[in-house]
Write a protein that binds this ligand. Structure first.
Ligand SMILES: [Zn+2]
Length: 271
């Protein structure tokens, strides 16, 4: 049986070819590395780190976001974290956005589940609002004030929800570390690359909206411009298996990515 190229392999190959000005040929006909250059000096393996999501919940949430909450405007965007596998994600935004608007009205910009639960038990003044957020499964909500860019004057502040698991990270360097950690399970990648004997051994990694949020966040770019500080290309060299000399990571939807050429990082964007 001959292995067929998968679409994400083909796209990765094209990106690498264009960036490096080389031509690669499909090599994984009977197992082994995905692509090689004709002279055998360059090898490319394509993989994906896409576990950690919950498609059913995310599809339901998409419907909820699309429906929106007419008449309930926010003064800022909000980042909301809710763990995977929530029930009733279909109406998540419809329940959460009015409560966040209420928080804004009383001058609150932050919600944390444990603290809110205690406050509610004690019958504090915010108990009613908190109860709505607690029932909706919100773990954390944080107001994210930002400038409304002149090129997007019609920006409507919105609730940006992450259902991904794995908590938060401080920036791209930490996301990279988590990604490399997730990759360390996939020992067949470096094995296939090592077996080629190529001088340049490239690993290309796709992430997507199913990937743990703490890995994909720098590249997912669902948010407005506050992503910029600390969320550019990593600032440290990746700790790679010696079989990997070049390292690529890209988000399927945003087509934003990073490329490590063995010496420096550069950012990739969909032009
Ligand atoms: Zn906004």
């Amino acid at each position: 049986m001959v292995n067929q190229e998968r679409p994400n392999e083909l796209v990765a190959k094209q990106i690498v070819e264009e960036r490096l000005g080389v031509e690669l040929e499909h090599a994984d006909t009977h197992g082994g590395v995905d692509y090689k250059s004709a002279d055998g000096k360059i090898a490319l393996e394509v993989t994906a780190v896409t576990q950690g999501g919950n498609k059913g919940a995310r599809d339901a949430l998409k419907k909820s976001v699309k429906k929106g909450v007419p008449g309930v405007d926010l003064a800022t965007c909000w980042l909301v974290f809710a763990p995977e596998g929530q029930a009733n994600m279909k109406t998540f935004i419809q329940r959460v956005q009015p409560a966040l608007a209420e928080l804004e009205r009383v001058g609150e910009s932050y919600f944390r589940r444990e603290r809110a639960a205690i406050h509610t038990i004690e019958g504090g003044p915010l108990a009613e609002i908190y109860r709505t957020l607690l029932n909706a499964g919100v773990e954390m909500a944080s107001s994210a004030p930002h400038e409304v860019k002149s090129d997007a004057p019609s920006h409507v502040h919105q609730v940006l929800v992450s259902t991904g698991s794995g908590g938060s990270v401080s920036g791209s360097d930490e996301s990279l570390e988590r990604l490399l950690d997730a990759l360390s399970d996939k020992i067949d990648n470096p094995q296939k690359l090592a077996a080629t004997g190529a001088v340049q051994r490239h690993l290309f990694v796709w992430v997507n909206d199913d990937t743990w949020h703490n890995i994909a966040r720098p590249l997912s770019r669902t948010s407005p411009s506050w992503a910029d500080e600390g969320w550019g290309a990593p600032s440290v060299a990746p700790t790679l298996d010696p079989a990997i000399t070049h390292f690529w990571v890209m988000h399927e939807r945003s087509r934003l990515g990073w490329f490590w050429d063995g010496k420096t990082w550069s950012a990739l964007s969909p032009e």
